[in-house]
Design a binder for this molecule. Sequence first.
Ligand code: ADP
Ligand code: MG
Length: 217
Amino acid sequence: MSEPAVHAFGLRRRFSHPSGDVEVLRGLELSVAAGELVTVSGRSGSGKSALLALLGGFDSPDSGRVLLAGEPIDGAPPWHTCAVLPQALGLAHELTVAENVALPLRLRPGTDSTEERVTGLLADLGVGQLADRYPSEVSFGQQQRVALARAVSGRPKVLLTDEPTAHLDAGSSPAVLRLLRRCADEGAAVIVATHDDAVHAIADRRVRLSDGVLSAA
Ligand SMILES: Nc1ncnc2c1ncn2[C@@H]1O[C@H](COP(=O)(O)OP(=O)(O)O)[C@@H](O)[C@H]1O
Ligand SMILES: [Mg+2]
């Protein structure tokens, strides 16, 4: 059998605060297969974003390991291996919307035509008319869709998204859900931290983060 796309085990992560230490993750385990879409729920502050930071290699666990396709991660992997839609978006503000979305394709050209891929994704997400604007010239909800388009443009094997519908109205979230589902159907392992029942509804599997570990939701 092939390795899961994502396998994390024994993950522990403690943060120090003036008021005392908090152990946010306490021996957490998670396996996600290629083509599987898993949603992670949990109350605010339960550690969902902290978990995604560990899975994406932006942070290191105090103990435990993260394997992507069986390989231990060492820092943040290349974007075509694992791409992230962080809660804080992280768009490059000196680049236009289209240039942001094209970045992964320019870093590692594949079989996609950059222009077709970028134009198609922005249109699918209802922000096609914004291609030549700068992030500061579009709303936060629109920036969130641009950051999602950037995360998926290079067809990453693992896609980590943090509250991808948090800033969207009811009209624009179905397109985001369709794109997340399509990424999984095309073979990515997709992990979505979310409070949104509409996202849980498209999941293959739902887990809940509570007391530092995951359980079936
Ligand atoms: N870099 C950090 N430094 C200190 N504390 C952190 C850091 N990241 C997260 N935390 C703490 O870990 C807990 C979980 O945070 P977070 O992962 O953002 O929760 P969630 O995404 O589920 O709302 C919170 O108590 C938060 O204050
Ligand atoms: Mg969070």
